[in-house]
Design a protein around this ligand. Structure first.
Ligand code: AMP
Ligand code: TRP
Length: 320
């Protein structure tokens, strides 16, 4: 049995990259493993935010995770488990300013006016992971750097203060680990920062999905090959199709002679994948979702409190 954990920020609407990069990979492994899936609402406050929107998006993300089949041993909102922030501080005491400053997240969005929490964001993420004695963290490719930091911090803490944390590893899917924006294949599909036309939201109507896929940027080469460097748009479509169908992008490429044919197949596959998610989402009762989250948080605290206690003792705090 492995311990798997992953998290989703309520900073925008959930999209196809979230589904293929992280949701489906963890759902596929929930049987027989201990899995933790969190809505990391504290991470959503590292950039300017609106309280009402944060609340709405937290519930939307929670609902979409449940509708996508998440049936984790632990499913909860990060802010309902105070041990995350408690461990965050302890880990800040073994992380250097330079390490935090080098992280891509800060390099891209940070500056002297940004929230201090944006700089320490990866340390909170390390706390999320280490709190649960996690072995594996299923994430999209963009998060692997943060998991490397988590490993360094865990190893350093263990070396300095005695073995306290399991050292986790990041795992990304073979294909669709970095789904790109359909209108701009140099840019990652994301909750923020990607174009409206280039990001497929899990709650987009089928016609909207079809329109976005049919308008996806390709190239003028007119051949269907999986070659991300030379044909980024076409390769992105092939990766999406591979992520939806479980086939390989290279194998799929041989089946298409035109970009129109490839796009039709991608649109059909994506609509098929999101249809059951949208149906389940429409049936959810928000009151029930809240209850499930609260129960998950309570259960998570049982594990989390033991880890924090162990870390406090190791680092030299007097235990009550
Ligand atoms: P976020 O939307 O930043 O909260 O990301 C939640 C999870 O989805 C993380 O594991 C990300 O790596 C993954 N993810 C986000 N965008 C993409 C993408 N475009 N392709 C693949 N995985 C992604
Ligand atoms: N930083 C992740 C992202 O932007 C979200 C996240 C926070 C996370 N804590 C985590 C992912 C723990 C995996 C494990 O997508």
């Amino acid at each position: 049995m492995s311990r798997l954990l992953t998290g989703f920020k309520p900073t925008g609407h959930m999209h196809l990259g979230n589904l293929l990069g992280a949701i489906r990979p963890i759902v596929a492994r929930q049987d027989g493993n201990r899995t933790t899936v969190m809505i990391v609402d504290l991470h959503a406050m590292t950039v300017p935010h609106t309280p009402a929107t944060l609340r709405e998006l937290s519930m939307e993300v929670a609902g979409l995770l449940l509708a996508s089949g998440v049936d984790a041993s632990q499913f909860y909102l990060q802010s309902q488990v105070p041990e995350h922030t408690e461990l965050h501080y302890l880990l800040e005491c073994v992380t250097s300013y330079g390490e935090a400053h080098r992280m891509i997240q800060f390099k891209e969005k940070g500056g002297s006016g940004s929230r201090l929490a944006l700089l320490t964001y990866p340390v909170l993420m390390a706390a999320d992971i280490l709190l649960h004695d996690t072995d594996e963290v299923p994430v999209g490719e963009d998060q692997l750097q943060h998991i490397e930091l988590t490993r360094s911090v865990a190893q350093r803490f263990n070396n300095l203060y005695g073995t306290t944390f399991a050292v986790p590893k990041g795992v990304s899917p073979l294909f669709a680990a970095r789904v790109m924006d359909l209108s701009d294949p140099a840019r990652k599909m994301g909750k923020t920062g990607s174009t409206d036309t280039g990001s497929i939201r899990l709650l987009d109507e089928p016609e909207v999905i079809r329109r976005k896929v049919m308008r996806a940027v390709t190239d003028t080469l007119s051949t269907v090959h999986y070659d991300p460097a030379e044909q980024p748009g076409v390769s992105n479509l092939l990766s999406i199709l591979a992520g939806c169908t479980g086939r390989t992008p290279g194998g799929l490429a041989g089946q298409f002679t035109t970009y129109g044919g490839l796009k039709e197949a991608v649109a059909d596959a994506v609509v098929e994948v999101v249809r059951p998610i949208q149906e389940r989402y429409a049936e959810l009762d928000p009151g029930q979702v809240r209850k499930e989250l609260a129960a998950g948080a309570e259960q998570a605290r049982e594990v989390a409190s033991v880890t924090v206690r162990r870390a406090k003792q190791a680092i030299g705090l007097v235990m009550g």
